[in-house]
Design a protein around this ligand. Sequence first.
Ligand code: NOJ
Length: 718
Amino acid sequence: MDIKKLLSQMSLTEKLGELSQYNMGVLSTTETGDLTGPANDLKLTKEELAVVGSVLGYSSAEGTKKMQDEHIKNHPHGIPLLFMQDIIHGYRTNYPIPLGMGATFDPNLMEECARMSAKEAAVNGLHVTFNPMVDLARDARWGRCMETTGEDPYLNSLMSAAQVRGYQSDMNKEYSIAACVKHYAAYGAAEAGRDYNTVDVSERSLRDYYLPAYKAAVDAGVEMVMSSFNLVNGVPSTGNKWLLDDVLRKEWGFDKILISDYNAVYEMYDHGYAKDAKDCAEKAINAGMDIEMMTTCYLKEIPALIEEGKVSMETVDKAVLRVLDLKNRLGLFENPYYYADKEKADKIVFCDEHRALARLAGEKSCVLLKNDNNVLPLNEHSKTVALIGPFIEEPMIGGWPGAGSRNEVVTPLTGVKNLLKDAKILTAKGCNGTLKEQPDYKMIKQAVKCAKKAESVVLVLGEHDLMAGEGKSKTDINITPAQVELCKAVCKANKNTAVFIYTGRPLVLSEINDIAPAIAIIWQPGTENGNVLANMAFGKANFSGKLPMTFPRAVGQVPIYYNFYTTGRPNHEHDLPIAYRSAYQDERNSPLYPFGYGLSYAKFEISDPVLSSNPLKRGETLTASVVVKNVSDVDGEETVQLYIKDCYASLARPIKELKGFKKVNLKAGEETTICFEISEKQLEFFTANNVFEAENGDFKVFISNNSNVKTFATFKLI
Ligand code: NOJ
């Protein structure tokens, strides 16, 4: 299709339609073709609805075809629709929430999962997924931690690019869908972890920590970028010319589609940044925003803005061309159904192969925090097992499940029953799993009764999946008093108790940690939930997950993250409440469990790092190597992590930064050498010169299996 020619024939309303996206609430008409309440509320006309360019949140093999037919018929130029939806951890086969995927430290697995998602979504008529979500998160109070891969810019960047590759496959493979990286920018830095809240960060922090994962998506060829709801240093992202035009478009060379978040163009009014809807439209489009989601500022206000010379037709045309270009490259002008195909959907979606991949990802995401007396794995030949906890029969799937249905989730109870076919499974809830819940001793008594009768106990605690996600911030991330009391009583009743924590964010586990002999984080594993739980609890799979976010000792430590700056009065070495040091009176500085931490049944020893040479000359590389030995009698997988500290610089640098990691599988007793190449590139940061560069000086190299590592080797960059 000659899209420039098409553009030249389009009316202004048609053009603005391309730049408008609505959901089915707005787009559905009555049987007689009349508009419904939501469309009327937005004062949209039939003519405007007929030229809307894209649909939010609708997919169905048959439904999208029907809608496409109808739309093309009614559109003056027969331009097809784009269907976009939030598919963030699987379409109908749900793999773990992104935070769980972060814990796999496995970009290849992430890519495979995204590929599976794309297949299921494409045959259901989708063209775009609003994912990857790569907002760096350091504050566990924020409900949307569950949607990110965590607190580290390097890990997030790898996961970001992996997802783009998985969804898009360069947009040339069967079942590719376009990815939309979000929420640009720094949405995860919301003050006090309260969703949508103000973000006030220095440009350096943005450049060094928050922006890299969006850029990684752009470098991987992402087709769309979604702006975030928040202010960034006083200007809403949606109308932030510096972010959208200067950085994203000009510096990074992104010339594809930018879309606002839901209602965000008009929310610039609520932010106090725009006078009215017209001002919102002007600020958004002139900042480079192409599509507005769920508002009518463009359709209603841009015609007057053009007449007044405040917005140019050229700006509008550029935006429209970007949308038409995607439609064209997807081939929608020739085949508007894209891959929508009911027969294929019936075969591909929720197939055994996909469920097996989701289960594998679930297992790989589990993080073992402690395992005193080798309580785990529990004996799979036990005759009587107790499954206790508020969520044992909850079909938790994890936020934004796409077309995933709770009815298809394997609950913890079903999973344990699937695995332990001959065992007697005793169950008790012990509490209800609500917010701020106080103990109900009757329920606890019931649970204790079960625990006493059983050979071993799987105790399922944490937070319900509905407690994490958009708009689900919390002030208190402690395990509730009800759950702590339950844990105390059950662990006392049965020493063979393993606690599995369901969660979409780091929680404060300090009390549980003092009580329970074995603790594992299972996040929200998705469709295969209960099967993952059973496999991990009863030794069908070994643990290999690593924490992608720091787990604090106390809520008051939040935000807490491993790559902090030391102060002039550092206290991290002593980690005690010393007066006039940077410390708390009532708590240590260190986290309960650090970033990158996670045990396996195998035990690994990692030697001190050895450097191939010193100094490192610019343009050359050096190798840092360690010997990793599996000193246990079980096989296992370890994630060997490389951290670097820039000792002094034109701007202070963090205590250490993740710069690489490698997965290694070692048989019992086996050892191997793991090498990391270090070059100038890894030493770059946004310096006092306002550019990314490496500065000459001293560097420390740490290699370990978590971020809390003290031994290092040093080199000089010259
Ligand atoms: C709002 C959310 O912030 C965003 O992540 C999502 O993609 C849109 N709604 C569309 O559902």
